[in-house]
Design a protein around this ligand. Structure first.
Ligand code: HEM
Length: 461
């Protein structure tokens, strides 16, 4: 980056001002990332520079013009920023971290497993996962009148079940339990401090959080490795329709297959990327719907009219349900920033950048840009029925050559689970959440989510 000093060059170039007192900025961002970015953009204009001690700096944009430039930048100039805090979870071979030819080839191998046509095979798995949770599932609380349910715990249980079924084809209760325990321990042992402070990743006689995390990762890897070996040795496993079966059969352009160690990291990546993101969106959707009775009533009317026996694919295409899910992702994008590191010169909205600089889109700012979204802080699904938005105005799944590979699965899952929950039970937000300020958005592993567990009281139908 040409630093805080006025860059030399054409007059159109923009001067970026580095934040003074970066530690204070880091504290502000840690307290509420969304509000911090909003404040920073208002103060410094767009694009703006954000810099925190230990994380370095990045130039951000929150405008459709900036998003267009970033998502359309020449692919050969872009790599993911490394080191990346999620590397210990996903591994260096992960699609999220790979670059260049390797990224292009691995993406070509993984993407067909997430194609819309394939995803439709998971419709009944998704509906069953939602129904199982309504009956008590993993959280152990059936959604009966008079009970209080923790939406985050329930949503996590549902999305974990879906991702385990989609990736490994697991639905047999004993194996499901085994995988659920291993995956949950793995995902939840890598919390805030370990994520943010690499210096804490050290060993001390098995007593540190880092050692608990690596032990949980080893246990999950053992399960994944034995599954890979079992599938490779079972001639009939080629008939399976899950993602692992597809990846075992997939071949690079030169005829080679994914090596087992790399396959294991891609599978771990899918568990990490596909679980918390979707769970968080479900929680926000339930929260927003129950703060807006008119929206909830309109959604219920659409679902009632469609009938209980609707095929999941038809259900997922209902227009108001679709609008509710899009509006949720607009107001609460679970991945609030996307980043690219440059390998050569590039200008982002007139700001001159050089090799090694990092640039990003603040999805949250993009989704509240006043030129595109009237009353941006209101939950108004109708806006998605009134007009179509470009991929540079609405980008909850990022964009360009790294756009989320699981977007179709996430969209499908959100719609089917939300419909199952809303049409099966009557909920009331617990008094603490029913009025007043919207909960803060804080980091949860790879995604962000509400700072508190949002609870609902199940009422009589
Ligand atoms: C509501 C749910 C989800 C949201 C909001 C979301 C969002 C995102 C975003 C913003 C990115 C970065 C895109 C970019 O850099 O331009 C991403 C990447 C990715 N997502 Fe998702 N995601 C979701 C669900 C899923 C699911 C269900 C899976 C798979 C099971 C998944 C797998 C991935 C992978 C593998 C990448 C890396 C793609 C690459 O670098 O080529 N995501 N996601």
């Amino acid at each position: 980056m040409s630093s805080a000093a006025a860059p030399s060059g054409p007059a159109a170039l923009v001067t970026l001002r580095a934040p003074r007192l970066p530690l204070l900025h880091a504290l502000g961002a840690a307290a509420d990332l969304g509000r911090y970015f909003d404040w920073r953009q208002r103060r410094a204009g767009d694009p703006f520079l954000v810099g925190f001690p230990a994380f370095g700096s990045a130039v951000f944009t929150g405008t459709p013009e900036g998003a267009r430039e970033l998502f359309r930048a020449p692919v050969e100039l872009l790599v993911p920023p490394l080191p990346n805090p999620i590397e210990p979870m996903v591994g260096p071979a992960s699609l999220i971290l790979s670059r260049g030819t390797r990224h292009r080839q691995d993406r070509a191998l993984l993407a067909p497993a997430f194609h819309r046509k394939r995803i439709s095979a998971y419709g009944s798995v998704i509906r069953d996962a939602a129904r199982a949770e309504l009956e008590g599932g993993r959280t152990g609380t059936a959604w009966l009148p008079g009970t209080r349910v923790d939406a985050r715990a329930a949503a996590r249980a549902i999305t974990l079940r879906v991702i385990l079924a989609a990736v490994f084809g697991i639905d047999e209760p004993r194996r499901l339990r085994e995988y659920t325990v291993a995956t949950t321990e793995f995902l939840h042992s890598f919390g805030g401090p370990l994520f943010l402070v690499p210096a804490l990743r050290r060993t001390m006689f098995g007593l540190t959080g880092w050692e608990r995390f690596t032990a949980a990762r080893d246990r999950l890897d053992e399960l994944i490795d034995s599954e890979i070996v079992r599938r490779r040795g079972d001639a009939r496993s080629g008939d399976a329709s899950d993602i692992l079966a597809l990846l075992l059969g997939a071949r690079y352009e030169d005829g080679g297959a994914l090596e087992d160690a790399d396959l294991r990291e891609q599978l771990r990546t899918l568990l990490v990327a596909g679980h918390e993101t979707t769970a968080t969106s479900l929680v926000w959707a339930l929260y927003r719907l129950h703060r807006e009775p008119a929206v909830l009533a309109r959604l219920r009317a659409e679902l009632d009219e469609a009938g209980a026996d609707l095929d999941p694919a038809e259900l997922a295409a209902l227009p108001y349900l679709d609008a509710v899910c899009q509006e949720t992702l607009r107001l609460h994008p679970p991945v609030p920033i996307v980043l690219r590191r440059l390998t050569g010169d590039f200008a982002l909205r007139g700001a001159p950048l050089v090799a090694g600089d990092t640039m990003g889109v603040s999805i949250q700012l993009l989704h509240s840009h006043p030129g595109v979204w009237p009353a941006p802080h209101e939950f108004r699904p109708e806006r998605f029925l009134e007009r179509r938005y470009s991929p540079f105005e609405f980008a909850p799944y990022g964009g360009g050559h790294r756009r989320c590979v699981g977007a179709a699965l996430a969209d499908y899952e959100l719609r089917i689970v939300l419909a199952a929950l809303v049409s099966s039970v009557r909920l009331r937000l617990s008094p603490r959440f029913a009025r007043g300020r919207v909960p803060l958005t804080v980091p949860h592993n790879i995604a962000t989510g509400p700072h508190a567990a949002i609870t609902f009281d199940v009422s009589e139908p």
